[in-house]
Design a protein around this ligand. Sequence first.
Ligand SMILES: [Zn+2]
Length: 114
Amino acid sequence: MQCLVCPSTELFVRKNFPQRLGVTIVVLGFALSCWAWYHHMVVATFAILMATALIDVLLFAFVGEILECYRCHAQYIGITGMDAHEGFDLEIHEKHRQQMARLSMAAEETGQPG
Ligand SMILES: [Zn+2]
């Protein structure tokens, strides 16, 4: 499929994982386990750590996938044929990044007067 925003046909599939939420859960779990450890609740300490890890794993397993364009970073959710696309490829990403850098440099050169 082709990106709807730009002419690129190179898109990748990634997890729609709310990274900030994941970090928040880990930090909260760690703080809670420290509190439990301080109060000599050894079992609770490890239970909290285990639960935190479990929540993160479950979250990762149940979040949906999104399709993202390498070129303009447009994101698509619930598109049919998404499975046909590969995961993130650094080589393709780098190719597009350099292309964009060249384009913006060329635009600057032509934009200058004289
Ligand atoms: Zn695009």
